[in-house]
Design a protein around this ligand. Structure first.
Ligand code: TYD
Ligand code: MG
Length: 476
């Protein structure tokens, strides 16, 4: 009988050690290492028995291969992120925080595929079939011919999928709940997740089914459990959003069959997830007629998609010893840098002001291109001068105060023009791309020019406050 061996596996990164430790040496996480039975792995048993392999025929690169058409779910935003539909035999991992809408999206996708014909199987390891059915009927999908199961035992699932017609589309919700008899560890452990994923992916490749695995994420947004599953699958999508707002973004973090800069935008409604073909309109929907100081429209790009959002700033005299800087939806370090540049090169004295910055709609902006819009919003709030309502801003601010060019300028301008904006404040030397756009580019070379431009439209009294001397000892 084989001797029982065990090893210690980090549940965060999958690193294996021979000894328990409080901290994983590999990923630096604490208390993630637990004891698991050592997996023999594929070939482990064969190696012990000394079984010889059999040769197999090798193929040419130029050989003909059957190319099956991609599976179009009919949910346009999902198909786009997948690279124009799902490739038969591919495996996709979809991660996202609990309650973000992964199950909702996938049951909608299942129903859409099932309606267009073909066998579709949805296996839930988290909910009972009654719960899944209840959700489907609430979404008006009850009569779609989706086959449901509430199962977690992988061998049974693979056997069921393998009997009858070959399935076209298989959803496993979620991979963390699955377990396989081939692995000795308890369900939920890294070895189990990896082993279960392996068995399911092997089935998908053999049967040409498009497999979608739901994955949990940790509190810092990583897909929980083994990172190795991310390497095993063909595509990794993350489904993001913030609980307080209805919009959701589906991003491709990895895609062997498409671009990774695609973004799908959805809105969570009472009737499930609705596609948002024009996200800028969604994010600018709350802008009312009047212009307010401190609001600037940023012409951003998410992935390969233009997205206009409003950046709001509030600069107010501080009542604290140390002024506050708070930011929602943007990098605090980026705000600190823009403030420092405005002080050093824009002549603004912000030492005695609290500064708040907010990206409207709950979006998180990562692009440095938002610098110019943030700076415009800050200057506007400090001077009390509203920015023109027909203008958008984009450009990266350097530490020298210069405004630098950013990628996708043409895309940004085109989107702004489409939404009725007529002016774009952006760095010099803008190339709008091949097509002419109905928008006037107003070059801004440095932050001093931006400050001068906005201050010029402010009242004298307000502009004067910009030169207010900083109180001694109040620095930031
Ligand atoms: P769910 O798909 O269960 O999330 P996940 O699988 O990612 O954990 O989504 C649950 C949330 O979605 C829940 O908070 C309620 C909300 N929801 C709606 O707002 N409208 C709907 O039509 C449905 C089905 C869910
Ligand atoms: Mg779910």
């Amino acid at each position: 009988m084989a001797k029982f061996r065990s090893s210690y596996v980090c549940q965060n990164c999958g690193a294996i050690t021979q000894r328990w430790a409080g901290k994983c040496e590999s990923c630096g996480e604490w208390n993630t290492i637990i004891e698991e039975a050592a997996a023999l792995g594929i070939g482990g048993a064969a190696a012990r028995k000394g079984v010889a392999g059999r040769p197999f025929p090798l193929e040419d690169l130029s050989g003909a291969s059957k190319t099956e058409p991609r599976l179009i779910t009919g949910i346009g935003e999902l198909d786009r992120v997948a690279g124009g539909g799902f490739v038969p035999g591919s495996a996709t991992l979809i991660g996202g925080e609990p309650g973000i809408g992964k199950s909702t999206l996938l049951i909608q996708a299942c129903a859409a595929v099932a309606r267009s014909g073909g066998r579709v199987v949805y296996v839930s390891g988290e909910e009972s079939t009654a719960q899944v059915r209840l959700r489907a009927s609430r979404l008006g999908l009850a009569e779609a011919p989706v086959q449901l199961a509430a199962q977690t035992f992988v061998e049974d699932i693979v056997a069921t999928l393998g009997s009858g017609d070959a399935p076209k589309f298989v959803v496993i919700d979620s991979i963390q709940t699955m377990w396989s008899e081939a692995i000795e560890s308890s369900p939920g452990t890294v070895s189990q997740v990896r082993g279960s994923a392996q068995a399911l992916i092997r089935f998908a490749k053999a049967s040409d089914a498009a497999l979608l695995l739901v994955g949990h994420v940790t509190k810092d947004g990583q897909i929980a459990g083994p990172r190795v599953v991310e390497h095993m699958v063909d595509a990794v999508f993350s489904f993001e959003g913030d609980g307080a707002h209805a919009f959701r973004l589906l991003r491709a973090a990895k895609n062997r069959f498409g671009a990774t800069d695609e973004v799908g935008v959805f809105e969570m409604t009472g009737g499930g997830l609705a596609e948002v073909p024009n996200p800028s309109a969604l994010f600018l929907a709350d802008r009312d007629g009047a212009a307010h100081p401190g609001a600037a429209v940023f012409a951003g790009v998410e992935g390969a998609r233009p997205l206009l959002v409003e950046i709001q700033a509030l600069v107010a005299p501080t009542t604290f010893g140390t002024p506050r800087r708070a930011v929602v939806g943007w990098e605090p370090s980026r705000l600190a840098m823009v403030l420092a540049v405005l002080e050093a090169h824009g002549g603004m004295k912000l030492g005695q002001y609290d500064v708040y910055l907010n990206v409207a709609g709950g979006l998180r902006i990562m692009e440095p291109a938002a610098d110019l819009a943030a700076a415009a919003a800050l200057i506007s709030s400090l001077t009390g001068a509203s920015l023109p309502r027909d203008a958008v801003y984009f450009g990266e601010i350097g530490l020298s105060g210069s405004v630098r060019g950013v990628a996708h300028a043409g895309l940004r301008l085109k989107e702004a023009a489409k939404l009725g904006f007529t002016r774009a404040f952006a760095p010099q030397g803008l190339r709008a791309g091949a097509e002419p756009v109905a928008i006037a580019a107003q070059p801004i070379d440095n932050v001093a020019a931006l400050v001068a431009l906005i201050a010029a439209s402010a009242g004298e009294r307000k502009a004067g406050s910009m030169r207010a001397p900083a109180r001694d000892g109040v620095t930031n």
